[in-house]
Design a protein around this ligand. Structure first.
Ligand SMILES: Cc1cc2nc3c(=O)[nH]c(=O)nc-3n(C[C@H](O)[C@H](O)[C@H](O)COP(=O)(O)OP(=O)(O)OC[C@H]3O[C@@H](n4cnc5c(N)ncnc54)[C@H](O)[C@@H]3O)c2cc1C
Length: 404
């Protein structure tokens, strides 16, 4: 180390961060604070990740079953924060209201304000010089060489170039994966989905309600997105049927909303099947002739660019094994994941994860031995099993979710 805890050039690590959303940006800042040489690859034309609203949808693939999806952001136009702005800033860069023209100073602002906050964050910490926009990580794999000096070969594609297929290869000492996990739709399996004649889509592709004017719409999934979309569509549709898995999902708040709008908003339990004639049959045998079904059924983790030779897998939405949701024991610390946990106060949590990764890479902190990390992961899985938590909720760290 040289003065101020900054690494001498020989110790300085070359680190690639994949993704310039909230998780990738705070990672870049923490890594640079530790003296690393940081490159952030971002496939889109700007930073912000989910908060960079995209009016486009995966038009030719409305159900978003192709992997990876082409459109990253799943935000709808009217989306406002459901967590108050004071919980949505990094610890040393508060998400304070900006008394400027065009800024949204509400406590629960619209999505654009979060994007603008992330842009301000980049400006304040000079992060844009680290970010390569329009650059997609196409393949990340272990570079050949001895295990103790494990490095990663990252092949990237400059999407700005005319054909966007030429790959550039670079070797990094470490890779931080921060590619987000609210883009790849999860779809339920419902009898008749393949033959149903109406429009089926996932909330990933929902932007504005207008296209549902005078329609009968079935919204499958009673999480926050499901409820918000059902309420918004209700304003223009003939009727909306909101489908819950069970009565347990029907909170007091939802019951009140349903009672208030009982003429046009109906609660249904479970979709039994979709029929060729356009009917949607519910669990109690009743049915409606519907125009559209919107699946608000959550998102899958996916890392289409990452080749860990089987060391990290995604199984039923469990990314693992990951020590504390961050380090794969056999590849730590040269590979890490930021932003995997769900149901957290995202900026604070991601920032804490990023600091940890940066400190481990700079040698300020050490990880337990590989076997101990592995044992810890297994104990965590076991504890979750005993508590009856399904595997798909492995990374749900707390109790609320804003996105299903
Ligand atoms: C509808 C909706 C509402 C939400 N509401 C809230 C809320 O109110 N409060 C809250 O805290 N959170 C909310 N979230 C969750 C929100 O996504 C997280 O808070 C946070 O923004 C996730 O940040 P991230 O950096 O992990 O991922 P993202 O924001 O998704 O960023 C990932 C970035 O990686 C890039 N990327 C992906 N693959 C590649 C590749 N191969 N090469 C290069 N770049 C790549 C993407 O383009 C993207 O820019 C919401 C999410 C959705 C979908």
């Amino acid at each position: 180390m040289v003065g101020n805890g900054i690494m001498a050039p020989s110790q300085r690590k070359k680190v690639c961060v994949i993704g310039a959303g909230m998780a990738g940006l705070v990672s870049a800042r923490e890594l640079r604070r530790e003296g690393d040489d940081v490159t952030v690859l971002e496939q889109r034309g700007d930073v912000g990740g989910q908060w960079l609203y995209d009016p486009r949808v995966d038009g030719t693939d409305p159900l978003g079953t192709a992997e990876p999806v082409k459109v990253h952001s799943s935000l709808y136009a009217s989306l406002c924060l459901i967590s108050a702005r004071e919980t949505m800033g990094f610890t040393d860069f508060p998400f304070a209201p900006k008394p400027k023209d065009g800024r949204d100073s509400r406590r629960f602002p619209g999505h654009r304000e979060v994007y603008l906050y992330l842009k301000d964050f980049c400006d304040a910490f000079g992060l844009m010089e680290l970010v390569r926009l329009n650059t997609s990580a196409a393949r990340v794999a272990l570079a050949p060489g001895p295990t103790p000096t494990r490095q990663w070969t990252v092949s990237s594609v400059d999407l700005g170039k005319c054909n966007g297929t030429e790959e550039e290869e670079e070797v990094f000492d470490a890779v931080v994966v921060a590619n987000g996990h609210y883009s790849q739709p999860i779809l339920p399996t419902i009898k008749g989905m393949q033959v149903w004649r109406g429009r089926q889509m996932h909330s990933h592709s929902y932007r504005v309600p207008e296209q549902f004017r005078d329609e009968v719409v079935v919204v499958v999934g009673c999480g926050l997105s499901g409820m918000e979309i059902a309420m918004e569509v209700r304003g223009v549709a003939k009727e909306v049927h909101l489908v819950a898995k069970s009565m347990e999902e029907v909170t007091q708040g939802l019951a009140k909303v349903l009672a208030k709008h009982s003429v046009s908003l109906h609660l249904q339990l479970h979709v039994e099947r979709l029929c060729q004639d356009g009917r949607v049959v519910f669990g109690d045998g009743s049915s409606v002739l519907a125009d559209t079904v919107i699946y608000c059924t959550g998102y899958n983790y996916t890392f289409p660019f990452l080749d860990t030779e089987g060391a990290v897998t995604v199984d039923d939405n469990r990314v693992g094994p990951l020590f504390e949701h961050v380090f794969p024991p056999t590849l730590a610390p040269s590979l890490s994941f930021i932003g995997i946990p769900k149901k957290v106060f995202a900026p604070w949590f991601f920032e804490a994860q990023a600091k940890w990764v940066a400190h481990v890479l700079s040698g300020k902190r050490t990880l337990p031995p590989e076997e101990e990390m592995m044992r810890s992961v297994e104990e965590f899985y076991h504890a979750r099993d005993i508590a009856g938590v399904p595997k798909k909720f492995t990374h749900d760290v707390s109790l609320f979710d804003i996105t299903t």
